[in-house]
Ligand binder design. Structure first.
Ligand SMILES: Cc1ncc(COP(=O)(O)O)c(C=O)c1O
Length: 445
């Protein structure tokens, strides 16, 4: 793969020897390249923000969020899309400019909305009527006027795994476009002293390699915007078209597209449709997550047990798996990988990379071509920057790996590896269980 260095037996990632990284920081280890993230942000700046007037871009932080990531995104001039109190809290603690934060989520709590208002978050993307009522109540109590967008369900699904398509009619996200519903919430917002409705948002799905669903959803949004203008006199100032730009994971996938592949058709459709409808073109916002950070990350593992089942397959187990990367089990996501300490050796085996969890479904990669592998080899799984660290769990009580950021060729720890003590941090043993006289009991019958 493109990360290999022909003159060195070890795999080089962003000018760092991955085998040394594994040795110095231990495995499993998430490794993230600052330069790669910045290159993606630059592409968005040059081909969206600078190319088109009245545009904004927010990074969807659910893909990967740490305080250091907030700093990178702030430096790059992008906004931040958060989806929970925890993501918002991370941005607050990183001193991220709050006016550039957009707060999403289909079930925000009263406390989360209060936190958002107390910190003057830039936009609340309101998903439902229940949330609108809560927001109105909080804003009134605090004598604030809160800027919002309504998330609509455009009834357009993205062509992707069913668990990451979101814009279809049968979706838990967004306000349905049924006659009467959207008009009533827009009217309520226009009548409110505490709500400042700026426009609408949709997100059709994730890991998309086509742009048809964005185009179709824009057409739906423009029709709605036109109807609301004609019926209620409501002028839409902002349209947020969500994220979803896909990245390549294996040779079977299409190559990752540049930002312009997605942006130009989005902007062309917006220009055409708004002009056709005799409407002013609103500020356009995009919020990619995976596309910005996915290819900026790899995960390093140490290979452990090797089990060959004659005429069936050879299982190689790594020292992590489902808890640090649940995507293969969740979405049948596919990844590519290389044996990092044998990067220039001939590929002569086909093996299956298994995780160490008590789940048969904990398989990271089926049928990976490798050199002759041995226990103790280092495996680098590619393009794990998005939805790996952020989705990690402690299943089977595995401590979560650390995260190393490479900046100008220098690795630095930005998240420490969890220790066993961390697993017990929040636990209490009730007093009545703390004095069990078990010595007399035998283990068994
Ligand atoms: C509202 C919203 N915006 C943006 C994103 C980011 O998606 P992606 O990482 O595919 O770009 C998501 C993903 O679920 C989302 O729900």
């Amino acid at each position: 793969m493109y990360l290999q260095n022909q003159n060195n037996a070890n795999l080089i990632f962003d000018n760092c020897d991955t085998v040394k990284l594994a040795k110095n920081f231990g495995t499993p280890l998430y490794v993230v390249s600052e330069d790669r993230i910045k290159n993606k942000c630059k592409d968005i700046r040059e081909n969206f923000l600078m190319e088109y007037p009245n545009t904004k871009a927010a990074y969807a932080s659910k893909a990967f969020l740490t305080m250091a990531m907030c700093k990178i995104i702030e430096q790059e001039g992008l906004g931040l899309d958060v989806v929970s109190g925890g993501e918002l809290y991370t941005a607050i603690k990183a001193d991220f400019p709050m006016e550039k934060v957009m707060f999403h989520g289909n079930n925000k709590s009263y406390e989360e909305l209060t936190l958002a208002l107390d910190n003057n978050v830039g936009r609340i993307i309101v998903d439902n009527i229940y949330e609108l009522d809560m927001l109105e109540d909080i804003a009134k109590k605090k004598s604030k006027k809160v800027k919002i967008l309504f998330r609509i369900t455009p009834e357009v699904g993205g062509k992707t795994h069913e668990y990451i398509t979101t814009g279809q009619k049968d979706s838990k996200f967004g306000i349905p476009l049924e006659k009467g519903i959207i008009e009533s919430v827009v009217k309520a917002s226009m009548d409110s002293n505490n709500i400042d409705l700026k426009g609408f948002h949709f997100h059709v799905g994730s890991q998309l390699f086509e742009i048809d669903s964005h185009v179709a959803a824009i057409k739906v949004a423009v029709k709605l915007i036109k109807d609301l203008k004609d019926e209620l006199g409501f002028a839409t100032e902002e349209l947020n078209t969500g994220g979803g730009f896909g990245i390549s994971h294996t040779e079977e996938d299409e190559e990752t597209k540049p930002a312009s592949f997605f942006i130009n058709p989005i902007m062309k459709t917006i220009e055409q449709e708004f002009t056709k409808a005799d409407l002013d073109i609103p500020t356009v916002i995009i919020e990619p997550g995976r596309w910005i950070v996915g290819e900026a990350g790899i995960t390093l593992y140490t290979l452990g047990s090797i089990k060959e089942i004659s005429n069936v397959r050879k299982y190689i187990s790594v020292d992590g798996g489902l808890p640090d990367n649940p995507r293969p089990a969740l979405y049948k996501a596919k990844y590519d990988a290389a044996v990092a300490n044998k990067a220039n050796q001939k590929l002569e085996e086909v093996v299956t990379i298994a995780g160490k969890c008590c789940e048969s479904g904990d398989i990271l990669i089926w049928d990976l071509k490798t050199p002759k592998v041995e226990s103790g080899d280092i495996l680098a799984v590619f393009n794990t920057g998005a939805y790996n660290y952020s989705m990690a769990s402690n299943y089977n009580r595995l401590p979560r790996p650390g995260v190393v950021l490479i900046s100008k060729g220098q690795p630095e720890l930005i998240v420490e590896r969890e220790k066993y003590e961390d697993l017990l941090n929040k636990e209490r043993i009730p007093e009545h269980l703390d004095n069990i006289q078990s010595k007399k009991l035998t283990f068994g019958a």
